[in-house]
Design a protein. Sequence first.
Length: 188
Amino acid sequence: MSLLLQGKHVWLREMTPDDLGAVLEVYNSHPAYNLWRNGTAALSLAELEQEYKAMLDIPSGHWMIVKTVETAQTAETAQTAHAAKPEPKIIGVVHFSTAHPSPGKGWIGLFLIHRDCQGQGFGREACSLLEQYCAEQGCSQLHLGVIAEDEQTLRFWGKLGFEQYRQVTAPVGRLTQPVLLLAKQITD
């Protein structure tokens, strides 16, 4: 059974190989992130395919795409203009696990929202859906790592209640660098 997490403005569903082209656009909307992790501003489709296949082996891991949900207002506008109904668009990608490396601790390994779709609440809602799902799976905490230089991402997670608990030097993509580990208590 495929995992589907539905919210008011976004939904997350299991990623398939057919989604890789759209997911590549999400990655490549973040050239600074790609430079930090691979030393190049753009990721190739072959590199993404390799990463996708490697992450599929993580126990209890899920590759998810983030799509927009059509709102009533969008549907009304399309009907008024006699236009075709807008198709939900892939705006993000997430990889997470509910029991890796240890049970009871969820881990977000990747969370990217397309640069053009940031600041609209999509990331916040997608994170909330992940928190709810992880809590339902028995996770009391949600953890993630952020490249130490990425101040914008650190601010985003801080606003969502994540707190730094350690700094490590770790491999991120092809490069090794300082990473800040963050966590949030999601259940009592």
